[in-house]
Design a protein around this ligand. Structure first.
Ligand SMILES: NC(=O)c1ccc[n+]([C@@H]2O[C@H](COP(=O)([O-])OP(=O)(O)OC[C@H]3O[C@@H](n4cnc5c(N)ncnc54)[C@H](O)[C@@H]3O)[C@@H](O)[C@H]2O)c1
Ligand SMILES: [Zn+2]
Length: 379
């Protein structure tokens, strides 16, 4: 049966994916309505102590559901509600969260809950990485991007004046709880942006999943529960495998997740991280650029690049440089790339492709060549 139209209990019931990291392995539990039953999973971690929850102002309705579930199980909670938005991943907010956790008397053996999108996960995860040299934490991601990408894998960070995610740590959560139902309140633009990261898994190494996306992406974005659950589970399983194979991004496996991100970050940086071009939109445009650049170098069939662009266009995501709305020169965009933290000894590793589901890491890309490619419109 087509997984996107299968609405049987077996297709929609909760499931668990494990991130295999030896004694730091942890489960990712995925299920519709899970938030209302959070206590089943969280109460054992509370060990009779008050649980600290950090969230943002757009997620307060879900905070109420979460607290209700814990209260019914006799778990007391304290909550800190921060301003929404990328600017919250800052030194100032890190200090605020850390001081609040210290005032509450959070101990190393406690588990702090990060409820929200990637901004909450990254900020709270980092605070937990350094609080008393490391306390436990749980991710309850509420955006599609966070559910399929940022909540899994233990990368945590804040932004600084020098750039995004430049200060951070690897710190794995003890548990990730994903309720796709919370996406019902997510604005469509944010849902679409997260969907770009879903498609990315197909393009990295799973052509059948890309074909599934072509057939079911529009239903997923329209809120189809079966499509949503299937895509999230599939994406999370892929991410868990990649993280288990290369936790600290040292052997090239985890780097594959950066497909489209070198181009995408340059576009985001040029847009100014102010909401004009959000991360997933930059990634969609960036993936199209990575495919077209690969096609231009004769590495990948031009038809594959066009197929990818057509899918992003169909679901309303930018399909390249023009659609991203960025008009900067190639030199300016390449300059943004030079500040990338992956830059090593003057070369920048690029994720290029031999076709759909055939992404590879290329360390021989000449930035002057990329500049020319962008100056001619990224075709
Ligand atoms: N750690 C990683 O591995 C990793 C991977 C990818 C991205 N990231 C980071 O993630 C961040 C982006 O994450 P994001 O896209 O989730 O952004 P976000 O956390 O800013 O969330 C996007 C918006 O949606 C709102 N929101 C969240 N859940 C909602 C819900 N259920 N209903 C209504 N509104 C809701 C938020 O308040 C915010 O306004 C970036 O900072 C990026 O660097 C980290
Ligand atoms: Zn991303």
């Amino acid at each position: 049966m087509n997984p996107a139209t299968d609405t049987t209990d077996a297709a929609l019931g909760p499931r668990t994916v494990t991130v295999e990291l030896g004694d730091r392995s942890y489960p990712i539990v995925i299920g519709n309505g899970l938030l209302a039953r959070t206590a089943d999973h969280l109460a054992p971690l509370a060990r009779g102590r008050t649980m600290a929850i950090v969230t943002d102002e757009h997620v307060e309705a879900h905070l109420a559901t979460l607290r209700g579930s814990l209260a019914a199980a006799g778990v007391t909670t304290e909550a800190l509600v921060l301003p929404a938005g990328e600017a919250t991943k800052s030194w100032a907010m890190l200090e605020r969260v850390s001081d609040w956790l210290l005032r509450l008397g959070v101990e190393r053996g406690d588990h702090v809950v990060a409820l929200g999108g990637g901004v909450m996960g990254d900020l709270v995860g980092f605070a937990c990485a350094i609080l008393k040299r490391g306390c436990g934490f749980v991710q309850i991601p509420t955006t599609l991007l966070a559910q399929v990408d940022s909540s899994v894998g233990g990368k945590t960070a804040i932004n600084t004046a020098a750039g995004k995610n430049l200060i951070g740590a690897f710190h794995q959560p003890a548990l990730v709880l994903i309720d796709p139902g919370v996406l019902d309140t997510l604005p469509l633009r944010e849902l679409r942006a997260g969907y770009a990261e879903v498609v990315k898994y197909g393009l990295i190494d799973d052509p059948d999943f890309f074909t599934w996306c072509e057939a079911n992406g529009p239903a997923l974005l329209a809120g189809d529960p079966a499509a949503r659950l299937y895509a999230i589970t599939h994406a999370v399983a892929a991410k868990a495998r990649i993280v288990a194979a290369d936790e600290h991004e040292t052997n090239g496996t985890r780097a594959l997740l950066n497909l489209g991100h070198t181009f995408g970050h340059a576009l985001e940086a040029e847009a100014g991280f102010n909401g004009r071009l959000i991360h997933g939109e930059g990634v969609a445009a960036g993936i199209c650029l990575a495919y077209r650049y690969s096609a231009g170098r004769g590495l990948c069939p031009p038809a594959a690049a066009e197929r990818v662009a057509a899918h992003f266009r169909t679901v309303g995501l930018p399909d390249g440089l023009a659609a991203s709305g960025i008009t900067a020169s190639g030199a300016r965009l390449v300059d943004h790339m030079r500040h990338d933290k992956k830059m090593a000894a003057g070369t920048l590793p690029f994720l290029l492709t031999h076709g759909i589901g055939a992404t590879y890491l290329d360390r021989t890309v000449n930035l002057a060549d990329v500049e020319r490619f962008l100056d001619t419109g990224g075709h």
